[in-house]
Design a protein around this ligand. Structure first.
Ligand SMILES: [Zn+2]
Length: 295
């Protein structure tokens, strides 16, 4: 079963709703980075949030990057998304497993920390990228994405991000939703939504019971109120290349490149997003050095 995202309008356009099954995507990330429980949940939630935010706000070739740095033991988390439903991400400390919190859930708040910021950078094809930054208000990340949308983009929203991790660190379920209140929304619709959100079980728990993204929207709003607009495939994808790493190598100080050539007769670059390794031999490094510094 492959992952997908549903885009919908609710109550004749009073709300916009996105729901996603990202189980395979988060599993791929878990395997690439060998994440343990708390790191899996933190990275997984960031990937799901990035996919939802990308689907809700990008089109064409636009991309965005989410940076989370809360000062907690997992360190920095990065995720990059686009309008086509692919995402990649990395986490500074993959091997974090804290004891469960008082609700018997993975303690994402203390793994991520609340002493820092969430930063979203959007490349919309303009001269300057758009950057929005908010302090981490929760560390659980769903609330942080919600706060980001309200504070930085002035869109009243609700974001739920949920990852269920098995005892062997594999991913049992990962998903979420993003709801946006549109200008025509009535007080009754908003009040009803708030009540339903309070009563809603965790997304990953609903998914473990067999619920799909469209089922979750039906539970939230009532099937008769949901109009599905689009279904988009989702996957983890890294588009790194040797050329990209050669460009990065070219930004190294001259003496570092000379040392790699003289001492190591080559270099290996490892992609932080997919662990792919790229080898550069002496001749390739020499070419990079000459190209970068002999102009
Ligand atoms: Zn890569």
């Amino acid at each position: 079963m492959s992952d997908y995202l549903i885009k919908s309008l609710v109550h004749d356009g009073q709300l916009r709703a996105y729901a996603i099954d990202a189980t395979q995507t988060v599993s791929t990330a878990q395997q690439y980075h060998d994440t343990w429980q708390s790191s899996s949940a933190a990275l997984g939630r960031t990937l799901i949030g990035t996919l939802l935010l990308s689907a809700a706000s990008l089109s064409g070739d636009e991309t965005l990057a989410v940076n989370i740095n809360g000062g907690g033991p997992v360190g920095k988390i990065i995720a990059e998304g686009n309008a086509n439903g692919t995402v990649r991400g990395s986490i500074q400390a993959p091997h974090v497993k804290l004891t469960l919190n008082k609700n018997n859930k993975i303690d994402v708040k203390n793994a991520v920390g609340t002493n820092g910021f969430m930063t979203v950078t959007k490349d919309l094809g303009l001269k300057e990228p758009f950057t929005g930054q908010v302090p981490l208000v929760s560390g659980e990340l769903g609330e942080d994405f919600t706060y980001y949308l309200a504070a930085s983009e002035q869109i009243p929203s609700a974001v739920a991000l949920s990852v269920f991790v098995n005892n062997d660190n594999s991913i049992a379920a990962a998903g979420g939703f993003l709801l946006q209140v549109l200008p025509d929304a009535t007080e009754e619709v908003i009040a009803d939504l708030e009540k339903r959100l309070e009563e809603l079980p965790l997304v990953s728990e609903m998914m473990l019971k067999g619920k799909k993204p469209e089922d979750i929207l039906d539970v939230l709003f009532g099937a008769e109120n949901v109009k599905i607009l689009d279904k988009m495939d989702i996957k983890y994808e890294c588009k790194c290349s040797k050329e990209h790493f050669a460009e990065l190598m070219a930004t190294l100080p001259k003496k570092d490149l000379e040392e790699l050539i003289a001492k190591d007769q080559g270099a290996e670059a490892v992609c932080h997003f997919c662990n792919k390794k790229y080898q550069f031999d002496e001749a390739e490094l020499t070419a990079i050095l000459e190209h970068s510094y002999d102009k």
